[in-house]
Design a protein around this ligand. Sequence first.
Ligand SMILES: [Mg+2]
Length: 292
Amino acid sequence: MDPLSTGSGSRRLPRSFDRIGSGARTLVGMRDGGHRQIRRLILWDVDGTLLSAGPTGRDAFFAAAGSVLAREVPDNGVQMSGKTDPLIALEILERAGLGRAEARELLPDVLAALAEHVAEGSDRIAREGRVHPGVLDLLERLHARADVVQSVLTGNLAVNTRVKVSAFGLERFLDLDVGAFGSDHQERDRLVPIAVERVRERYGSTPGATWVIGDTDRDLACARAGGARCLLVATGRIPFDELHGIGADAVLPNLSYTDAVLDILFGEPGKAWAVAVVGNVAEEGEDEEASL
Ligand SMILES: [Mg+2]
């Protein structure tokens, strides 16, 4: 077992390994028997966390459903945040009047059409979308560490994920081969173990701890279902005030607090950071500890 592993969360890292520094990196980054010791697996959510793809992502669903049903499918207001692509597609088909069985039958065709529309929209995503504050800096700083693997945990199909992150050049920081996607399972709660197993197979090592970084309660639920820690950021559709009371390990308004994020990711297990890190966000008179 990795001697620096935080395992179930009951073991405390030696203080000297608890901060980012060249010494710690030298020690924990070394290879052992050809296996890379992974202190942290960072699983990024894509939409609302790393980036916003603009209207292309949403439009592609209705265009895909329309092309398969051979009729116009107007935007019926289905809520997409935190859901997997298959789940979103099923909801759109059912709201368009199809029964559950028929929707399931057409799902593969709709997902294939969705992938085509997203790929065709790559330039538009780059033009109308954006990377969220602090993301590039964090990706770079984490990428520089030999003891960290970064990938994604997303409801997007794998092909759509690649298009979205590549539209902004983020793929160079991410090992997308070990990610977990909406194409792996319709239920997001099943995705953390898939990514961890892929990391084991590829790197021959179990991560000391896995973090899910996301923007919705669904990111938190999937982290908990998979035994991972969770940092939530309010750069998606859910405001900070709603996110910080739902039980994540940490919550931030956005990822521009890069030093704080790194402290959170490499800090002591079980410590609650959120409002303590960004004290001015807390409402006046609020009990910060209780609010976490
Ligand atoms: Mg999201």
